[in-house]
Design a protein around this ligand. Structure first.
Ligand SMILES: NC(=O)c1ccc[n+]([C@@H]2O[C@H](COP(=O)([O-])OP(=O)(O)OC[C@H]3O[C@@H](n4cnc5c(N)ncnc54)[C@H](O)[C@@H]3O)[C@@H](O)[C@H]2O)c1
Length: 340
């Protein structure tokens, strides 16, 4: 199939190269000309294990290329949206302006398809209600359907997670009916190799799909803040949080993952995603339901200050000391220093 990926950052660039790896013809687009030049030259603009390899293989095969020109996307039957959704400057909510401006630029390209079946597939993490609002605009163009297909990849494992995901989630305006079936069949064709390998595919409404992603990140953030809160308690009473985590992690209802006390979570996703989730709940009049996420955020913020305090305690003060931090990114095998 001919596919475009709009916004080739951490998510989009990996998605574009992975789709070429699956045998599709892929055009990646970004407004960042330097990024496009690097990708087109086979250079990864960020560190991600295995990415440069599939990028180069895609370029060599002739199935993968990059552009800054929306007009070149016209042949694509499926457009993936990999735009950033950062925290707004004036509050906790998500800034959707990148998505909106990309869709504005795409409108002409979609209209030029002359009614041929075309799928726009959102992969960005967005507040519930976003897909429906965007689809009201995009689906006015004949032949076009919008599907929301949230992404769960982990930086450091992005290539593997894109090619062998735990699950595929399809969010649709109406999950049933002939229109839905046509859209599902098109996305199934894109992911045919994954589906044949047994990756589960879950079909649901837009809002549910959006909430799956927000809930997954909220749960993971909560797990990290939970063990960090227990670390505060351990410090107060003289316990060892590593032993607590090891022992409770052996209960498979709890699980050992994301249960390592430390400096807290960072990166381009969890911090802004839980805040956007809080803001969205408040907008919908159910702020209390997600009030605990404020606490999760505060525990996380406290870890940063506590880390500096601990360093000070160990060094007899940090003033005037020269300190090396090994590993500035928010996690191993990534160079992502957003909120790290
Ligand atoms: N990074 C991850 O691990 C990850 C995992 C799952 C979901 N997500 C979600 O995916 C989305 C993208 O995240 P990311 O980390 O890849 O962000 P990113 O900032 O690395 O990439 C976004 C890209 O979009 C480009 N862009 C902005 N406006 C554009 C426009 N009008 N047209 C074309 N390109 C434009 C930017 O130049 C940038 O290269 C976010 O919603 C994020 O929450 C990210």
């Amino acid at each position: 199939m001919v596919i475009s990926v709009i916004g080739v950052g951490y998510l989009g660039a990996v998605h574009a190269a992975a789709m070429a790896e699956l045998g599709h013809e892929v055009i990646g687009l970004d407004i960042d000309a330097d990024r496009i030049a690097a990708l087109q030259a086979g250079r990864a603009p960020f560190h991600e294990p295995g990415f440069e390899e599939i990028l180069r293989r895609g370029l060599r095969s002739g199935r993968l290329r990059f552009t800054t020109d929306y007009a070149e996307l016209e042949p694509a039957e499926v457009h993936f949206l990999g735009l950033g959704t950062p925290q707004r400057k004036d509050g906790f909510g998500a800034d959707l302006s990148h998505l909106e401006s990309a869709l504005d630029s795409l409108r002409e390209v979609l209209a030029a398809r002359g009614g041929a079946p075309t799928l726009v597939v959102g992969k960005s993490t967005v507040p519930a209600g976003t897909a429906r609002r965007l689809s009201d605009q995009v689906e006015q163009i004949e032949g076009v359907q919008l599907l929301w297909n949230p992404e769960f990849l982990r930086e450091g494992f992005a290539v593997q997670d894109t090619l062998e995901p735990d699950r595929l989630v399809y969010g649709l305006r109406e999950p049933e009916g002939s229109q839905a079936e046509a859209a599902i069949a098109m996305l199934d064709a894109v992911y045919a190799a994954l589906l044949a390998a047994g990756v589960p595919r879950l079909v649901m409404g837009y809002e549910t799909a959006e909430l799956v992603k927000a809930s997954a990140n909220a749960f993971l953030a909560t797990k990290i803040s939970f063990i960090n809160a227990i670390a505060e308690m351990c410090e107060a009473v003289g316990g060892d949080v590593a032993d607590v985590a090891r022992a409770i992690g052996m209960d498979d209802r709890i699980g050992a993952k994301f249960l390592r006390a430390g400096v807290g979570f960072g990166g381009g996703c969890l911090p802004k995603d839980i805040r956007a989730f809080i803001a969205s709940a408040e907008e919908h009049g159910v702020g209390e339901a997600l009030g605990f996420l404020r606490e999760v955020d505060l525990i996380n913020e406290r870890r940063r200050a506590r880390t500096v305090e601990l360093a000070g305690e160990m060094l007899g003060g940090v003033e005037g000391r020269r300190i090396t931090v090994l590993g500035a990114a928010f996690k191993p095998d990534s160079d992502d220093v957003r909120d790290s």
